[in-house]
Design a protein around this ligand. Structure first.
Ligand code: XMP
Length: 534
């Protein structure tokens, strides 16, 4: 991620742009996202597009260079991912990484050999011929490989610039400015990989340092303003970091023409609805409608225990509440000020997972947005964060002046406490869970651990066990405490909390939450478990 802007802006004449950067075409590689990120860390804008992106979409980015990502396929697979070969005629330098290199050489008439098995792990690169890609680097580098096939015959105009002991590891056609590496410069296991990417971006493509947070905000705000063209927009705000940063950006662009809707599903944490509403309205000065729909949600959930049914009911109900608010706005809109847009805090990982090789991913996770709106609500989408990752969004939020309460807030699932209250949901059980949950969060804060762990919460279990309190026997519910460390929620490990913190949590819950007589700590990692219990 770029360091804050002013000096870079001054240094580069104040020009800041989400154009004139590097387009990364995704062939489905697990590191694709990292490539774009490493480039943005150099203050050069970089967007990932699926390899199937139409040439016009690529041109629209006005790229100064293209990176072809790695991917799990072989160029000989029946449905091997390909991009439009005209990408190679855009007149800008191209760097193929791993599968990208194989596709590049194969497409230009070289020969790629099918591998019996994948080579994975560290290798030594010997640079055998000077190349601008390796400028300023030693002739020997430890690199990280993860490939199946490899290149054995070069297209016309290409030569080899590096080997490992097993394969051709780097090739180039300097006249056309086409480069290929079999290893992954974007991963930290490759020595000085960032410098290889810098050489491509600056020396070969001549990119300017034109991207930083302040610039991203300025440019995004301007383009939202143009996109809205006087119309109004509506946003489903959850108070989480993604939707709040998206709303704050749109608010900066069109101010009072943005209406945010924050729905109380009755499944939020203790005090969350009113506290968040106050924060959004008073501190962030956002135009927010708070809709208390808790009775509707709890009514629909009455008697339902099945986790998937719970999720479905909540998702559908959310859409209908939001659609109702949308219709009210549409009906009340002044002539000449139509409500035309829906704002969503969609992030890059929501848009393009590795399925992107099958085409632009339309399958946005339904729980992250208000997908599924009825047809009579013809909204265009505004998704200002769709090229970014969560930690980049946090930095943008910081630059926008959003408070820490929002920026460091733990993720909270759309279905809320419903997936943390196992079995049937009743108001009494919700109250128990809220009480226990508040204690967990409070003690994690007190111990100074809130921003060190990924998530911390309580789960109410649908069984009862015997206990003793005072002179009497109790027969109460257990609370499971779940605290996990994670980078991205794809994998997670249980947090090794200090025993004193666990003790405090346990004692307080049993003493302060009527109906709970036992506390257990969840020591499962993901996989094989998940973070949430349902
Ligand atoms: P799991 O339980 O799959 O959770 O390990 C991974 C991350 O996703 C969050 N999560 C959800 N978020 N709607 C959401 O918005 C959902 O239905 C949902 N389910 C899980 C979970 O809190 C964790 O951060």
């Amino acid at each position: 991620m770029a360091t804050t802007g002013t000096s870079a802006e001054q240094e580069h004449g104040g020009k800041v742009s989400t154009r004139h950067g590097i387009v990364v075409l995704d062939f489905g590689g697990q590191y694709t996202q990292l490539i774009a990120r490493r480039i943005r860390e150099q203050q050069v804008f970089s967007a990932v597009l699926p390899c199937t992106a139409p040439l016009d979409d690529i041109r629209a980015q006005q790229p100064v260079g293209i990176v072809l990502s790695g991917g799990p396929s072989s160029v000989y697979d029946k449905d091997a991912p390909v991009c439009d070969p005209k990408v190679l005629q855009l007149g800008v330098p191209v760097l193929g990484i791993c599968y990208g290199m194989q596709w590049l050489t194969h497409t230009l008439g070289g020969k790629v050999e099918r591998a019996q098995h994948r080579e994975y792990g560290p290798a030594q690169l010997d640079v055998s011929r000077p190349s601008p890609l390796f400028q300023g680097l030693p002739d020997r580098l430890k690199v990280w490989e993860s490939h199946g096939d490899h290149v054995v015959g070069l297209p016309v105009g290409f030569h080899i610039t590096g080997h490992t002991d097993k394969t051709v590891a780097a090739v180039e056609n300097p006249e056309k400015k086409f480069y290929g590496v079999e290893f992954h410069p974007e991963v930290l296991h490759t020595d000085r990989g960032t410098e290889i990417l810098q050489n491509f971006v600056f020396t070969i493509c001549g990119a300017g340092r034109n991207w930083n947070r302040a610039g991203f905000i300025a440019e995004t705000v301007e383009s939202i303003r143009q996109q809205c063209d006087g119309a109004r927009a509506i946003c489903a705000l959850s108070g989480g970091v993604d939707s709040t940063v998206a709303a704050a950006l749109v608010d900066r662009a069109i101010g009072g023409r943005l209406t945010n809707v924050f729905v109380d599903t009755g499944l939020l944490r203790r005090d969350e609805f009113l506290d968040t509403l106050a924060l959004l309205r008073e501190r962030l000065r956002l135009n927010v409608i708070g809709v208390d729909a808790s009775e509707r949600f709890l009514g629909k959930l009455h008697g339902v225990s099945d986790p998937e049914r719970k999720r479905k009911i909540i998702g559908n109900e959310f859409i209908s509440v939001f659609a109702e608010e949308g219709r009210k706005l549409l009906a009340g809109a002044e002539p000449g000020l139509p409500v035309k847009f829906l704002v969503q805090g969609t992030l890059y990982p929501d848009v393009i997972e590795s399925v992107s090789v099958k085409g632009p991913s339309a399958v946005i996770k339904s729980h992250h947005n208000v997908g599924g709106l009825p047809d009579d609500m013809p909204f265009g989408l505004i998704e200002p964060l769709r090229d970014l990752f969560k930690d980049e969004v946090r930095l943008i939020g910081r630059e926008l002046g959003l408070p820490d309460e929002i920026l460091v807030k733990h993720p909270f699932p759309g279905p809320g406490l419903a997936v943390r209250l196992l079995g049937e949901i009743t108001p009494e059980k919700l109250e128990m869970l809220r009480g226990a949950d508040a204690i967990v969060v409070e003690e994690i804060h007190r111990a100074g651990l809130y921003d060190k762990v990924w998530q911390a919460f309580a789960v109410l279990l649908p069984v009862r066990s015997v206990g003793v309190m005072g002179d009497g026997r109790t027969y109460g519910h257990p609370i499971a405490v779940r605290v996990v460390d994670s980078q991205d929620a794809m994998t997670a490990d249980w947090s090794r909390l200090p025993l004193e913190v666990l003790e405090k949590i346990s004692v307080r819950i049993v003493n302060e939450v009527p109906g709970v007589n036992r506390v257990v700590y969840d020591i499962s990692s993901k996989p094989p478990s998940t973070i949430e219990w349902e």
